[in-house]
Design a protein around this ligand. Sequence first.
Ligand SMILES: [Zn+2]
Ligand SMILES: [Zn+2]
Length: 134
Amino acid sequence: MRLTGGCLCGAVRYALTVEGGDVADYCHCRQCQKASGAPVMAWVQVPPSRFEVVQGQARAFASSARSARWFCPTCGSSLYMTDAAGRSIGVALGSLDDPAAVAPTAHGWTSAQLPWLVLDDDLPRYDGDPPYDL
Ligand SMILES: [Zn+2]
Ligand SMILES: [Zn+2]
């Protein structure tokens, strides 16, 4: 499934291919909260070979020793994450043109989930990184 997305102002556009078995999850961690200004983010992870920026250029912020968060330098939208080892790219589901196209299948970092955020699903929940994460 080929998907497209981009930032709020339209300067940065990307495309990716999502396949069955790709991991998509909510991340309740504090870094995602700070980076987005939202209570939770949701991501899909794909190999770098299945992701490309097709217009404009995102800027990176090294949010940890092993990962960088890429955002639009004009409007600030959070777009995707890369890891230092280049193993996968996490694409922010909210930045997809069709954000309903990929549904999360787990929750990560529920230890930081806000008490007023009630998500009534039966998905697996992990205190920290889900076990399949990098
Ligand atoms: Zn923008
Ligand atoms: Zn996070």
